[in-house]
Design a protein around this ligand. Sequence first.
Ligand SMILES: CCCCCCCC/C=C\CCCCCCCC(=O)N[C@@H](CO)[C@H](O)/C=C/CCCCCCCCCCCCC
Ligand SMILES: [Ca+2]
Ligand SMILES: [Zn+2]
Length: 261
Amino acid sequence: MPSIFSYQSAEVDWCEGNFERSTVIAEYYNTISNVSFFVLSPALLYLNRQYRQHRALPMYVVSCLLFCVGIFSMYFHMTLSYVGQLLDELSILWTLAVAYSFWYPRVYFPRFIKTRKHFFWLSGITTVISTLMSFIKPAFNAYVLNCIAFHLLIILTYRKSQTLSTEPHFSVMVLWWVLAISSWISDRWLCGLWQAINFPYFHSFWHVLIAMSLLYCCPLVIYFDVCYEMPSFKPKLEYWPSDSWPIVVPYVTLEEPHKQC
Ligand SMILES: CCCCCCCC/C=C\CCCCCCCC(=O)N[C@@H](CO)[C@H](O)/C=C/CCCCCCCCCCCCC
Ligand SMILES: [Ca+2]
Ligand SMILES: [Zn+2]
């Protein structure tokens, strides 16, 4: 019986051929494309440094977890092991749980939850139970995670409809997310077709595209947090290196005077 650490012991195998470019890395492009997460987390911390000064704990914890997502995803695609798959999925689950605990809007708390501390406990208990359940059918976990991402998108859509000033930024985030999820589904469901045309690389595109959508999603979460939870500041979306460049990285700065959200 193979060990849970052994190569190819995972329930899923992505479309890219195994060991085609290396004898130690099972899926070469799926492994190296996770570098996107190693760029994403320091970029978030550096660009949103003004906000980080006021919300140090959430920013450091989420950035560290995103870095861990990159490490575990690399390990998974390198080995295609059962442990790798669970580490990959559980790191995503815990990152989402921590982000929800810190930033989920108070107005959408269930009726029986009165404070963020109570919400923290609710998220913690739900996540521990989900972690235990994730061992039942690991291949199913990814679909649940994508449903949580869709829920996050709905929450952000409600928030955006209340503060129209984020309009183009929001649309660009949705565009990156649609491209990302289309790549993930293509790789999962249409692998035969991509292998027939000798282009089975859509899962590595997913890694880059979901990191791009997170580059837009995180400043949006920060923007709404400043609007609703930090009344003495006014958030402003800025773009690095400059507004006029074709590809930009958004971030949030804080202005002190009156609030207009
Ligand atoms: C101020 C900060 C707020 C941040 C909130 C966002 C928290 C995001 C949490 C996790 C993101 C990680 C996603 C990358 C996964 C890459 C690893 C991977 O490819 N895993 C696959 C197997 O290799 C696995 O099948 C993937 C399963 C699906 C995961 C779904 C993740 C959803 C991420 C949410 C992104 C939001 C984008 C914006 C649109 C609403
Ligand atoms: Ca494969
Ligand atoms: Zn992956």
